[in-house]
Design a protein around this ligand. Structure first.
Ligand SMILES: *[C@@H]1O[C@H](CO)[C@@H](O)[C@H](O)[C@H]1NC(C)=O
Ligand SMILES: *[C@@H]1O[C@H](CO)[C@@H](O)[C@H](O)[C@H]1NC(C)=O
Ligand SMILES: *[C@@H]1O[C@H](CO)[C@@H](O)[C@H](O)[C@H]1NC(C)=O
Ligand SMILES: *[C@@H]1O[C@H](CO)[C@@H](O)[C@H](O)[C@H]1NC(C)=O
Ligand SMILES: *[C@@H]1O[C@H](CO)[C@@H](O)[C@H](O)[C@H]1NC(C)=O
Ligand SMILES: *[C@@H]1O[C@H](CO)[C@@H](O)[C@H](O)[C@H]1NC(C)=O
Ligand SMILES: *[C@@H]1O[C@H](CO)[C@@H](O)[C@H](O)[C@H]1NC(C)=O
Ligand SMILES: *[C@@H]1O[C@H](CO)[C@@H](O)[C@H](O)[C@H]1NC(C)=O
Ligand SMILES: *[C@@H]1O[C@H](CO)[C@@H](O)[C@H](O)[C@H]1NC(C)=O
Ligand SMILES: *[C@@H]1O[C@H](CO)[C@@H](O)[C@H](O)[C@H]1NC(C)=O
Ligand SMILES: *[C@@H]1O[C@H](CO)[C@@H](O)[C@H](O)[C@H]1NC(C)=O
Ligand SMILES: *[C@@H]1O[C@H](CO)[C@@H](O)[C@H](O)[C@H]1NC(C)=O
Length: 474
């Protein structure tokens, strides 16, 4: 291309950009923003101005196909425009669930739910973000969502079971909720099928970091879930057997390569453990099956069914790394522990008792009598094996007091060569699926250690690097 036409072209491009790029400033009130979205129609882009805070009194509704709300220039840092909820008794900032809102996009903005420290959760409303519903092809990317007044930082609803293909990636989520009774909120609540939730950072959600409501055929991968200032009940939850039918439909849902960090010591303690000033743990790193969560047996004999959980990584302080009960047709393989870990917590007032007393904290807990057809394998050098025991209502455990030397040291904090029993890789933030103490070939799937549990056990032989697979048939 000749220079003259190049400069003509760039003049045209820059001319167009400056002509089209006037962002909508925060002098426009909520009704005005809604009017722009409404009048803009299909494909409209509401461009907010970098660095500005928009006080939102009422949820902003997407109103047509392929609409976008974003910050001008698509920044990914704190200059992203902020939508801040100020409406009386309102919880949701953006809503795109009615029919006809396929292709909705929420990009490079911040959503401040504005739940004050002094406030209890608002039980009536939805999450900060309400997407999904009767739609396809929506995207939520480079968004920060925090301090929701309602139950979730980001909810992707099932609609009339026709929601498919939401992409949720590169978002910063949290804090969400408080860690006192029933004031919890989720990080990401996924109930849309065939969706992709990846590369998100979730810090200080208090209910589930990522809660998967079946969401058949979805992929949840490479997310990092951690606690800093409050306890999280579950890192990744696969305990909700509703709303997708048949109950417990997690068919082909894939949870892989996620990193879950329980709490780490915030101060020096003894040689191996220190206190945590927020008393923060993740109670259950990955929770599988309704009974792991709900101690009242409200879902009867329904089981979470049909998912794959592999190559996930745990580090830090948990009550349980994984808890599995009332599950069926799950493949759970090559999940590993890296860096320093501890499994702590004491029986709380709401733990079931007598014959239903849950097992004390352990890395991997399985209730063999409640599961069917699980394919359970661990990395060859896994420091831990599944322990059999009652896995009922495991969120009842209480973290130790904040002055106890119970938390392991994490990345960059007194994390020299470790003497802990798990072999102690020093980095707690590696994103490669290597198991602690292994030769670093954590991805290699040709040598797994078998778990011996199960009623009728079908043991597949292992020859020349074939897997040892176990099939439990009850
Ligand atoms: C607009 O955003 C700026 C920058 O955050 C803020 O100082 C100002 O109060 C906001 N104005 C309105 C009307 O919300
Ligand atoms: C969005 O829709 C809801 C439900 O129809 C309505 O109550 C609300 O006022 C709408 N938001 C705005 C800003 O008009
Ligand atoms: C808050 O909203 C909910 C649901 O819209 C309603 O049931 C409740 O009465 C409202 N509370 C107040 C204090 O207005
Ligand atoms: C979703 O995207 C696919 C692939 O681009 C397209 O075929 C389909 O029509 C889209 N769905 C809707 C409802 O727009
Ligand atoms: C899913 O949605 C994205 C847009 O977010 C689109 O690019 C892609 O083609 C869709 N995939 C299918 C299978 O519809
Ligand atoms: C995993 O997520 C992190 C962000 O948390 C990102 O930097 C990295 O590129 C992702 N890895 C892959 C393979 O997408
Ligand atoms: C689970 O739900 C999906 C999506 O609705 C459906 O295609 C599939 O058949 C269901 N699985 C079972 C086992 O019924
Ligand atoms: C807790 O410890 C962390 C890490 O040392 C520190 O950044 C934070 O300020 C402390 N919080 C309080 C409330 O002391
Ligand atoms: C499965 O759960 C549903 C919904 O809670 C309940 O109605 C049904 O009775 C349960 N089925 C069994 C066999 O426990
Ligand atoms: C135990 O449950 C009761 C309600 O049944 C609740 O009020 C209390 O806060 C719970 N205790 C803990 C430690 O969660
Ligand atoms: C767990 O329980 C199963 C079934 O009762 C049994 O076959 C298996 O040996 C037990 N495993 C361990 C490690 O105790
Ligand atoms: C068990 O899972 C492993 C690892 O994903 C897989 O290779 C193997 O074929 C499975 N075994 C059975 C019996 O399904």
């Amino acid at each position: 291309m000749r220079p003259s036409s190049l400069s003509t072209l760039s003049a045209f491009i820059f001319g167009s950009i400056s002509a089209l790029a006037a962002c909508t400033s925060n002098t426009t009130d909520t009704a005005g923003l809604q009017q722009l979205i409404h009048d803009g129609g299909a494909g409209y882009k509401l461009e907010l101005c970098a660095g500005q805070v928009y006080e939102i009194s009422e949820q902003l509704n997407y109103t047509a196909l392929n609409q976008e709300i974003s910050t001008e220039g698509y920044p990914t840092d704190d200059t992203r425009a902020t939508l801040k909820m100020v409406g009386f008794n309102k919880t949701t900032l953006v809503m795109a669930q009615d029919a006809g809102l396929s292709g909705a996009k929420l990009l490079n903005v911040q959503l401040n739910g504005n739940r004050l420290d002094s406030e209890d959760i608002y039980t009536a409303g939805g999450g900060n973000i309400e997407f999904g519903g009767q739609n396809q092809n929506q995207t939520i990317e480079y968004v920060k969502s925090y301090d929701p007044r309602g139950w979730s930082c980001l909810h992707l609803a099932e609609g009339t079971f026709n929601c498919v293909n939401i992409t949720v990636q590169n978002n910063d989520i949290g804090p969400c909720g408080r860690d006192y009774f029933q004031n919890w909120a989720d990080g990401i609540s996924l109930s849309c099928a065939d969706s992709l939730v990846q590369n998100n950072q979730i810090v200080d959600a208090t209910d589930g970091g990522i809660v998967i409501f079946g969401a058949p055929s979805s992929v949840i991968r490479n997310n990092t879930i951690s606690v800093k200032t409050r306890t999280m009940l579950g890192g990744i939850n696969m305990v909700d057997v509703l709303p997708w039918l048949p109950e417990g439909n997690f068919s082909n849902t894939l949870v892989e390569g996620n990193t879950i960090h329980g709490g780490f010591a915030t101060e020096m303690g003894d040689a191996e453990h220190g206190p945590n000033n927020a008393s923060a743990i993740v109670k259950i790193g990955i929770a599988v099956g309704p009974d792991v969560w709900f101690s009242d047996g409200r879902y009867g004999t329904n089981k979470s069914t049909g998912a794959i959980i592999k190559d996930n990584i745990f580090s830090g302080a948990f009550a349980f790394g994984m808890g599995v009960s009332s599950a069926k047709d799950f493949t759970i393989s090559n999940n590993s522990f890296v860096g320093n870990t501890s499994f702590i917590g004491s029986y709380g007032p709401n733990c079931t008792t007598e014959t239903k007393t849950p097992h004390e904290p352990v890395p991997l807990l399985l209730e063999p009598t409640s599961v069917t057809n699980l394919n359970l394998t661990l990395p060859p050098d896994s420091p831990y094996q599944f322990v059999n025991g009652t896995a009922l209502g495991l969120t009842c455990f209480m973290p130790p007091a904040n002055d106890q030397n119970a938390w392991p040291y994490g990345d960059g904090f007194n994390s020299g060569p470790s003497t802990t029993s798990d072999g102690g890789a020093t980095s707690a933030s590696t994103s490669s699926p290597a198991s602690s103490g292994s030769s670093g070939s954590g991805q290699s799937s040709d040598a797994f250690r078998s778990i011996e549990i199960g009623g009728k056990v079908i043991l597949e032989s292992t020859i020349l690097g074939l897997l040892v697979g176990l099939k439990f048939v009850f």
